[in-house]
Design a protein around this ligand. Structure first.
Ligand SMILES: [Ca+2]
Ligand SMILES: [Ca+2]
Ligand SMILES: [Ca+2]
Length: 452
């Protein structure tokens, strides 16, 4: 825990800068103070009363609430964390607040997010497959190790930093640190960190530079998706932490069919990334998309209504009229299992997602969702948050099972064919994602993509 006495108030305030308004300074102070005070308070409480994990969560929630109230009361025109998508769902967002204090123009842009300081990385799976993971997936390996990866797992969060993130950390990880490294060129692309951040370019990625044009995009809407080779697929969606898994029928288009229809030249590419407007993204090798997955398995009578105690239930099934007649308990699911961009679930359009202002999370599933079958077919299991259940029925959470629902990106708005060609800027999904959602569109960009 941070001790109050070790905090200098001057370190909480932005360094002198014409761009730093009084409101900005107050915002930084208000944001930092509750955290400091309550850190000190909790450090004084007996550990038997408050575990470190609990107090950290309480602290994060309390700080967020108090910060929101204070900023709302100020009527601040400076960076307002409440309008930022950055770090939503993460417990510590002080680095983002420091960035916005030093560079208020970055608020709400794609710079106002993890990848300004964090990088992706290459990993090798036990199968021999080599993949390049996006910053999201790469960083998440630290708290959520993937047993299938043998080489390349970052040892800690520092190992996920890009050159700018490293310079920032080494300079002291504060607003002052950002000003101290403003004139440096962390990523070596000849543009200073200050110039890159002011131009909304990544200071830790040499492929991102001021003055570059955006990568060409192809825009796809419901008419294009639904009008092209619709594919029906009944499958198990095995969730990691939710109480229930589900069997559902998704209708969509196979990803490879969509890319071919869009005229994407895949000759120079090896992987595809699917991106949601909150920054959540998943990467797939082309070969994972270009052939069917193993046959799925069906397990019957695991819904809450099948047990004397409903909470013993493990699965929610599609409505009876969506179940395929040839399903048998323990049998193989009919039809081939493919990676799809789906627009219907159980015969109804996917509910359009929206950003929940209170939680900062995307709520909903559609209008488009990536659907990924199990690579290792198996039985459903209870969520990790609901296990052990005490029922001893063999359906408690099992780390070895393929929890494919976690790969199924909700509200997909962008499909990136890796890699974005040199000389082009990454598509700005941060600023465009929510409007794409509202228009029920997604865009395809990257290698081999010519503009539509
Ligand atoms: Ca640079
Ligand atoms: Ca750069
Ligand atoms: Ca599960």
């Amino acid at each position: 825990m941070t001790r109050l006495s070790s905090i200098s108030l001057s370190s909480l305030l932005p360094a002198t800068s014409p761009a730093a308004s009084l409101a900005t300074r107050l915002a930084a102070l208000f944001v930092a103070l509750p955290s400091t005070l309550f850190s000190a308070l909790f450090s004084a409480l007996p550990s038997t009363l408050f575990s470190a994990r609990f107090s950290a969560r309480f602290l994060a929630v309390f700080t967020t609430m108090l910060t929101g109230l204070l900023l709302a009361g100020c009527g601040s025109k400076g960076p307002n964390p409440a309008t930022s998508l950055s770090y939503q769902g993460h417990e510590n967002d002080s680095d983002s607040r420091y960035l916005l204090a030093a560079y208020p123009g970055a608020a709400g842009t794609r710079l106002d997010d993890c990848q300004t300081c964090h990088r992706g990385g290459q990993v090798t799976y036990r199968s021999g497959k080599i993949s390049t993971l996006n910053p999201c997936s790469y960083c998440h390996l630290v708290p959520y190790p993937d047993q299938l990866i043998s080489i390349g797992v970052p040892r800690n969060y520092q190992a996920t930093l890009n050159p700018f993130g490293l310079d920032y950390k080494n300079a002291g990880r504060s607003v002052s640190a950002l000003h101290a490294i403003a004139g440096a060129d962390s990523d070596g692309d000849t543009h200073s960190n200050r110039n890159e951040l002011n131009a909304l370019r990544y200071p830790g990625d040499a492929g991102s530079q001021p003055g570059q044009q955006s990568a060409p995009t192809i825009t796809v809407g419901m008419n294009e998706l639904a009008g092209h080779a619709p594919y029906d697929q009944f499958l198990l969606m095995n969730s990691h932490s939710q109480q229930y898994d589900s069997y559902a029928r998704y209708t969509g288009v196979k990803v490879m069919d969509l890319l071919k229809w869009a005229g994407v030249d895949l000759a120079g590419s090896t992987s595809i990334t699917f991106i949601a407007p909150d920054g959540f993204a998943k990467d797939f090798d082309l070969e994972e998309l270009d052939s069917p997955y193993p046959d799925g398995l069906y397990y019957a009578d695991l819904d809450p209504g099948s047990f004397a105690e409903p909470r013993q239930g493990v699965v929610k099934y599609a409505p009876a009229d969506q179940l395929l007649q040839e399903l048998t308990d323990g049998g193989v699911l009919p039809g081939e299992q493919w990676v799809l961009i789906a627009y219907e679930r159980d015969g109804s359009p996917l509910k359009a997602s929206h950003l929940d202002a209170a939680s900062g999370r995307l709520v909903g599933e559609g209008p488009y969702r990536l659907i990924v079958p199990q690579g290792t077919p198996g039985a459903p299991d209870r969520g990790s948050d609901y296990s052990p259940s005490g029922y001893e029925d063999g359906y408690d959470y099992d780390d070895e099972k393929d929890h494919n629902a976690g790969l199924c990106v909700r509200a997909v708005v962008a499909i990136r064919v890796n890699s974005v060609p040199d000389g082009y800027e990454e598509f700005d999904w941060k600023n465009s994602g929510m409007s794409l959602l509202a228009r029920k569109q997604l865009i395809i960009y990257g290698a081999g993509v010519a503009a539509d």
